[in-house]
Design a binder for this molecule. Sequence first.
Ligand code: SAH
Length: 220
Amino acid sequence: MNAAPDFRHQRERLAELLGSRGIRDAAVLDAIRRVPRHEFVRKNLWGQAYRDYALPLSSGQTISQPWIVARMSELARLEPSQRVLEIGTGSGYQTAVLALLTRWVFSLERIGELARSANRRLRSMGFDNIKIQTFDGTIGWSEMAPYDRIVVTAGAPGVPQPLLDQLGEGGRLVIPEGDLESQVLVCYERQPDGSFQREEHGAVAFVPLVGRHGWMPEGE
Ligand code: SAH
């Protein structure tokens, strides 16, 4: 992850901005300082890569706003030796941030082209603790379960039951829940008796989670 010094400076400023916008977790801000976000977008967008907004990817998807990536990572309350499942790899930017914060990141993306380019990009940056697969993440990834944390980076009509089922003891799941236009960021935490504590954390806007336990694909 050797970026040009100019980008390093821009990342430092982005981390300061996110701090001023309420991100408190020092490890998360440090990960924002380290991941070269410009490498996750097309070259003609490099000049905007360290602004705090979402940018377009191919296939009509978006790379999430840095504040949202930081906020979800903070709400996940990661510890160093955990196993995290991410639904919605997209560019792989959030995947990289998570991979700096914990031991293993398993990430699912429904669009093969995005999954393949994220995988290539993350390998070339030297990440060796990330596994990406292409399939409908609303059914989870049962072979690798249970997970300590699950982070869903697309907006869902409600939390997919298979994801709750794949969350280990004391596990936390972060997901945007709502309609197609706007959602609320929700955290679920598995209690010792197997029930879930649910907390809401403010309004957000994500592209839709499309799948068996999400929104129906267009035309079906
Ligand atoms: N964190 C990513 C966000 C990408 S946008 C980034 O910053 O780049 C959300 C992604 O979720 C899109 O790439 C979309 O294709 C993917 N997605 C939507 N529904 C999905 C599903 N059921 N399973 C896996 N990925 C899904």
